[in-house]
Design a protein. Structure first.
Length: 380
């Protein structure tokens, strides 16, 4: 990936992220929503997603839904939890977990929360305890990689507990699916949501929900929204292969290309390795510059990394951001309430060499701002 071939700034963000030239050029077509060529591609996208998720097509279905990732989560929650007798428990340690409970409230759905500090992972035993003490809870939702900080939550362990207590498990794997091990069936995940512009490295335009067939069939009539009805969307797609309403044609074309590239790279394992190398390069470089990480090393994922603002009055995040931007690099602001942070994404069509270029640009920007820090080491 030679730096010279990039026309745009490199996005060190959690998505939309930097995509490959082939993914971008896949969109340079005009295809009708009912065109046989397009419908063939939609079918192939669905098949490849099930393969990527390593689930059996007889047991799970994938439903594509127009819109951003939040719409996919809202669709899944709104369809999964019955209108009569349904109650959701959301385990929250960041903004995206909180968003799920906000969605439930807007839908007038009974909802309970288990709340954690933003730098602490969800504890499976707490979920078990809550389920033991509240028979009314029918569904449990949580985020896998809480992108607000970068923390990974123990989905496998929570899944086992939810299943043992005979409840239904919904996982927001928006920023981890495609670059992390997720055993959907084995971990008893009934509904899993991700979107096109995350680790598969497509562009924004739709989300996808991998759902157990039984759970999807049981969701008929549950939807709180006409448009975000996954059951109805799937029924139409089964009947005629089409989205119910205008499909995000170009985003699907880009995503199809992105899936082929993910397979060519070596699948989830290889992509995870590249992102982990990006993350390691970033953490080493940032420690050397003197930045401090927000999360404890054991809680750290490899999707996005949060760093504390330097304790130096010459530092201003806005100046830092703009200087980096002028140099061709886009980073991300923080998204937690309990600390001043900024975030750097490790995902997208970027390599460790790009991360090293970012670190060099940061060194230049800090010098321009007159921010001096003592070099450190990655906490192990
Ligand atoms: C874990 C998680 N959930 C939900 C979302 C919301 O997705 P969107 O911004 O596409 O609505 C994001 C976005 O980054 C996310 O990381």
């Amino acid at each position: 990936m030679p730096r010279e071939s990039w026309k745009d700034k490199i996005l060190f963000t959690p998505g939309p992220l930097t995509t490959s030239p082939a993914v971008k050029t896949a969109m340079l077509r005009d295809l009708g929503a009912r065109d046989a060529d397009f419908l063939k591609i939609v079918l192939d996208v669905k098949k490849r997603l099930l393969d990527l998720a390593e689930v059996d097509g007889d047991k799970y279905t994938v439903v594509l839904m127009q819109g951003c990732g939040s719409m996919g989560v809202e669709a899944a929650v709104g369809c999964a939890v019955p209108k009569k007798g349904g109650k959701l428990l959301v385990a929250i340690n960041g903004a995206y977990g909180k968003r799920i409970s906000d969605m439930a409230r807007v839908m007038n759905m009974p909802v309970e929360t288990l709340d954690y500090p933003e730098n602490a992972p969800v504890k499976p035993e707490d979920v078990g305890e809550r389920l033991k003490n509240d028979d009314g809870i029918t569904h449990v939702a949580m985020v896998h990689c809480e992108t607000a900080s970068g923390i990974f939550n123990p989905v496998k362990e929570v899944g086992k507990i939810v299943s043992k207590r005979k409840r239904v498990f919904i996982v927001d794997a928006m920023s981890s699916f495609g670059a992390a091990e997720i055993k959907i069936d084995k971990w008893d995940i009934r509904w899993l949501v991700s979107s096109a512009n995350k680790c598969v490295e497509g562009v924004p335009g739709f989300s996808f929900v991998i759902v157990e067939n039984k759970a999807l069939a049981a969701s008929a009539g549950n939807a709180r929204s006409l448009c975000l009805d996954l059951h109805a969307q799937n029924e139409d797609m089964r009947r005629n292969g089409q989205f119910r309403y205008t499909p995000p044609v170009h985003a699907v074309l880009a995503f199809h290309r992105a899936l082929l590239e993910l397979e060519a790279e070596g699948g989830v394992e290889a992509r995870m390795k590249r992102y982990r190398r990006n993350c390691r390069t970033l953490r080493e470089g940032m420690a050397e510059l003197g930045f401090e990480e927000y999360l404890a090393p054991d809680d750290h994922g490899w999707i996005i990394t949060s760093f504390r603002y330097p304790r130096n009055t010459a530092f201003s995040f806005d100046n830092f951001y703009n200087l980096l931007r002028d140099d061709g690099f886009v980073i991300y602001p923080g998204k937690v309430d309990n600390a001043d942070l900024f975030r750097v994404g490790n995902v997208g069509r970027i390599a460790p060499s790009d991360v090293s270029c970012l670190i060099d640009a940061m060194r230049r920007s800090l010098a321009k701002m007159g921010v001096a820090m003592a070099p450190g080491k990655i906490p192990e």
